[in-house]
Design a protein around this ligand. Structure first.
Ligand SMILES: Nc1nc2c(ncn2[C@@H]2O[C@H](COP(=O)(O)OP(=O)(O)OP(=O)(O)O)[C@@H](O)[C@H]2O)c(=O)[nH]1
Length: 338
């Protein structure tokens, strides 16, 4: 039996990991054994750690690049490792700047199509920033194409962070989405809270008797592309050179803390404001002064949130932005500790 795959895409900070957490919890509640492939732009595995800590799920990680372009050749190895664990369902969380259409194309190559089936491609949209991002990111033509593809290829689009915007903004976002995708189901959510039912419908634990035929997805979205890209049955995933990069001006930089150093929250938040015109996303584990608990810091769009973390490793911050001057960033970072 082929393993259903649910792919989660959407720009940086839109709520993919938040959705994945609830889908994993729902999967366990249904007695399913999920497998997770997590792709991160930075070298540090912030989201994988959160998933493992909160759900105990075994996560296959592809770090420091995008599985749709620079890390494309490793996609096959990661899928193979996941399949060997015989999961009932596989979730793939893409980076915020990945083109999900490339992944779906790979899944339809004969070798993978015999083992895996695309259950759904879900794209999340950050309601607070999506309209602004459209103009802010316009200079990065590859990224603009990627963001359009995230909308066009989805069969479920979740407009998340609806709690942060007015109703008329949601209507404008809906119009924007409909220009790119006439058929996908659109849901408006806060904290990615959707009815998991339609997504997980028809997926049963391997030990359980299979249902008589897979129940159809109950959202209306257009079917995922069914065409197989290649003819060979051999395992193949195209080399990265055959695909344009899905972005050109976005960089992820890992900033380490000097040994034993801490940072007050206010200082880090001021640092984010200083870089506001280039910063898109930051996340990491931060030691505070005065022996307070280490904090998981999340900066998405223009908001920063903090929560206690039990992260035992060396603290760091992943800084993701456009047109970053690495030397200048490193210099400003060091200055925080002088
Ligand atoms: N106010 C508000 N915050 C949210 C909502 N959904 C997620 N967040 C917060 O936004 C931040 C980013 O959420 P994630 O789920 O990590 O987003 P992501 O798409 O996985 O982020 P990347 O993987 O880094 O691209 C976290 O601090 C979340 O708690 C929402 O609906 N409303």
């Amino acid at each position: 039996m082929r393993i259903p795959v649910i792919t989660l895409s959407g720009f940086l900070g839109s709520g993919k990991t938040t959705l994945l957490l609830s889908l994993l919890k729902e999967s366990y509640a249904r007695g399913l054994k999920p497998g997770v492939l997590m792709n991160e732009l930075g070298e540090q595995d912030v989201d994988g750690y959160i998933l493992e800590e909160q759900t105990g799920a075994a996560v296959e990680k592809l770090l420091d690049g995008c599985v749709c372009c620079s890390r494309r050749e490793e996609l096959g190895d990661s899928l193979e490792l996941l399949i060997q664990r015989h999961p009932d369902v596989i979730f793939i969380e893409l980076t915020g700047v990945a083109d999900p259409d490339e992944i779906v194309r790979s899944l339809h190559e004969p070798y993978w199509a015999a083992r895996l089936s695309s259950q759904a491609l879900v794209t999340l949209v950050d309601a607070e920033h999506v309209l602004e991002y459209n103009s802010r990111l316009a200079a990065d033509k590859q990224l603009v194409r990627t963001l359009r593809s995230q909308l066009a290829s989805a069969n479920l689009i979740i407009v998340n962070k609806s709690d942060l915007v007015a109703r008329d903004t949601l209507s404008r976002i809906e119009q924007l989405i409909r220009k790119r995708n006439a058929n996908a189901e659109i849901e408006f959510t806060a904290y990615s809270r959707i009815q998991a039912q339609p997504l997980l419908d028809g997926i049963v634990p391997k030990e359980a008797k299979p249902l008589p035929g897979r129940a159809p997805l109950s959202f209306k979205g257009g079917a995922l592309r069914k065409t197989a890209a290649g003819r060979s049955e051999a395992r193949s995933i195209d080399a990265p050179g055959e695909h344009a990069a899905s972005f050109s001006q976005v960089d992820a930089v890992t900033l380490a803390f000097p040994q034993g150093q801490t940072l007050p929250k206010a200082v880090l938040e001021q640092f984010f404001r200083e870089w506001a015109d280039r910063l898109l996303r930051a996340k990491g584990h931060v030691p505070l002064p005065g022996g307070q608990p280490v904090q998981l810091v999340q900066h998405a769009g223009s908001r920063t949130t903090w929560e206690d973390s039990r992260y035992p490793g060396s603290p760091y911050l992943v800084f993701i932005g456009t047109n970053i001057n690495g030397e200048q960033l490193a210099e400003r970072w060091s200055a925080l500790f002088r």
